[in-house]
Design a binder for this molecule. Structure first.
Ligand SMILES: Cc1cc2nc3c(=O)[nH]c(=O)nc-3n(C[C@H](O)[C@H](O)[C@H](O)COP(=O)(O)O)c2cc1C
Length: 398
């Protein structure tokens, strides 16, 4: 059962696939599961690179045991990221492998003490430090706020495997293909974007700093803590994160709308029709149906965003309010934004959406449409015009 997967010389995947957790971080749906990737380097000294969520410890230990030669134990646990989905069972892991030294930077060790009361047999490493296992040389590169303060990467300079922590990771389990040359990449890259936008995106500036650092390293495999291991095209993992953290966006428009009785929806349809006729890729989300994690991923993907919302108790419909707060928290930028809304007496939703674009310094595409009730013929025409203007704004010379 526990056939060991090999990444490079003496280097094995000892991670697990999780199909039990419904919501990652109690927030984000996992229709394709998620993997907790951990790796074992078997040398004179044996190093485990990251661990798994506590619930999966038994399977994890079985895999480690299958990869360990007789008489060997695990000497080091390298903690690239302290979050409990990689360290939850660390105390038991220590019992399973007595003498296990915990390796992390200063911030990791502070957290280990705070989370698990562990402060013995720890080895503090600094940026650029090297740990020799025998033939294998592990070099540590601190990449703070990717997406926690203690995050770092570990490069095995002997094999060229870059253990990148959560950076370059994605949702989606890996039993149908651990490596990029065997996985369903269309699906996995979609799940990677959803992971990026929902877990990492707020720290996009720090991702850029991390990528600058990574570009100076020589590696031939990128092995993150979640999702696909990139051995055929490791540069692709880096370039996807690079693209997403720059927030440049592809030509296309994501439509995020709410509608209780259909008035806003019909206005949206007029605008979308104009986009479709211009050949613009469109992703339409009814916020009462689509989970925000998918909406945010599509918003990140496209240059254009159409927000449409009825007024609800003088302000935004709650699902739109939630979405806009989420996008503010993620410091969304560089979007071409259209706004439309429907009201019956006071209005308020359109004003709130305008405030959102002002706060984030997004480019407002005119005309803003604010229709009373179902709206007039003229409102319908304005929605079409808004669709055309958005098409011009996002397609450029395409
Ligand atoms: C619970 C509720 C609260 C509303 N609050 C307001 C409001 O404060 N001000 C306003 O102008 N219209 C308000 N409306 C009216 C809607 O904004 C209006 O009917 C709009 O056309 C609904 O668009 P929809 O069909 O896309 O849901 C409210 C409607 C409902 C159902």
């Amino acid at each position: 059962m526990n056939r060991t997967l090999t990444l490079a010389d003496d280097t094995f995947w000892v991670g697990v696939n999780d199909h039990e957790t419904e919501l990652f971080e109690a927030l984000w749906p996992l229709p394709y599961g998620v993997s907790y990737n951990a790796y074992l380097i078997v040398d004179e000294q044996v190093a485990l690179i990251d661990a798994v969520k506590g619930h999966f410890l038994t399977e994890h230990i079985q895999k480690i045991a299958a990869a360990l030669p007789p008489g060997k134990t695990v000497d080091y646990l390298i903690i690239n990221h302290m979050e409990p989905d990689h360290t939850g069972a660390i105390r038991i892991l220590r019992k399973a492998f007595p003498g296990l030294t915990l390796v992390g930077n200063k911030k990791t060790l502070d957290m280990l003490a705070a989370f698990y009361g562990l402060d013995q047999d720890c080895l503090e490493v600094k940026d650029g430090d090297v740990l020799e296992l025998g033939r294998h040389r592990l070099q540590f590169h601190l990449t703070p706020m990717l997406h926690w303060p203690e995050t770092m990467m570990t490069l095995d300079t002997t094999t060229g495997v870059l253990f990148s922590g959560d950076a370059f990771g994605g949702f989606g389990s890996v039993e149908q293909g651990l490596f990029d040359d065997e996985a369903d990449l269309e699906l996995m890259e979609g799940e990677m974007l959803r992971y990026y936008t929902n877990i990492i995106a707020r720290y996009s500036q720090m991702v850029q700093k991390g990528i600058e650092k990574v570009k100076n390293l020589t590696f031939r495999v990128v092995a993150p803590t979640h999702g696909v291991v990139w051995r055929k095209d490791p540069g692709r993992a880096v370039s996807l994160y690079d693209e997403w953290s720059r927030q440049e966006g592809e030509p296309g428009v994501t439509v995020a709308y709410a509608s209780m009785y259909g008035n806003t929806q019909r206005l949206v349809e007029s605008a979308v029709r104009a986009l479709v006729e211009r050949g613009v890729p469109v992703a339409v989300h009814n916020l009462s149906r689509s989970h925000a994690s998918y909406v945010v991923a599509d918003i990140w993907r496209h240059k254009g965003l159409l927000l449409a919302c009825p007024t609800y108790n003088t302000g935004l419909f709650p699902a739109m309010d939630d979405l806009l707060r989420l996008l503010e928290n993620k410091m969304l930028k560089n979007k071409q934004v259209g706004i439309l809304g429907s009201f019956a007496w006071s209005g308020g939703a359109v004003k709130a959406m305008r405030q959102f674009t002002d706060t984030l310094h997004l480019d407002l595409v005119e005309p803003v449409v604010e229709a009373k009730g179902a709206g007039t013929e003229e409102d319908g025409e304005k929605c079409r015009e808004l669709g055309e203007r958005l098409a011009d704004a996002v397609m450029g010379d395409e």
